[in-house]
Design a binder for this molecule. Structure first.
Ligand SMILES: Nc1ncnc2c1ncn2[C@@H]1O[C@H](COP(=O)(O)OP(=O)(O)OP(=O)(O)O)[C@@H](O)[C@H]1O
Ligand SMILES: [Mg+2]
Length: 113
């Protein structure tokens, strides 16, 4: 199992989620509003938030845990639909997931996802 963590521009979220909905058997996802900065340190963004003299840019974080077989389809959908070609498009990080538990059924491992 893998976790895909994608930090994308908020205005691209609905396009990305529409594309993810088209992947059969997508198990679910978590969305969080976040703020951070990349290589430009938040400078020059129209939407930047200044807190304690630090510049941050608002982004949206998607967290998706999938079976290994679905990894490439999810990464491709996010990459294609979050892309404008401009700075600040965001990043995707991929992690190994050790285990999962579905609380309702107490299933463990891949069948819990
Ligand atoms: N190395 C990192 N660790 C944690 N979060 C990161 C990292 N790089 C980027 N982020 C997060 O991703 C968001 C989007 O990054 P951004 O697209 O600006 O990356 P970049 O490296 O500056 O590349 P770009 O050229 O596309 O601007 C940042 O605002 C920050 O929240
Ligand atoms: Mg940047």
């Amino acid at each position: 199992m893998k976790e895909i963590k994608a930090i994308i521009q908020p205005f691209m979220l609905s396009k990305v989620v529409d594309a993810l909905h088209k992947i059969p058997e997508l198990p679910g996802l978590t969305v969080t509003k976040v703020q951070g900065f990349g290589r430009e340190k938040g400078k020059g963004s129209l939407h930047r938030i200044v807190e304690d003299l630090i510049d941050y840019v608002p982004k949206v974080k998607l967290e998706i845990i999938v079976h290994d077989a679905m990894l490439d389809a999810v990464v491709q959908a996010i990459t294609d639909h979050a892309h404008t070609g401009n700075k600040g498009d965001g990043k995707i990080f991929i992690y190994d997931v050790k285990d999962a538990i579905r609380i309702k059924t107490r299933e463990r491992g891949e069948s819990a996802v």
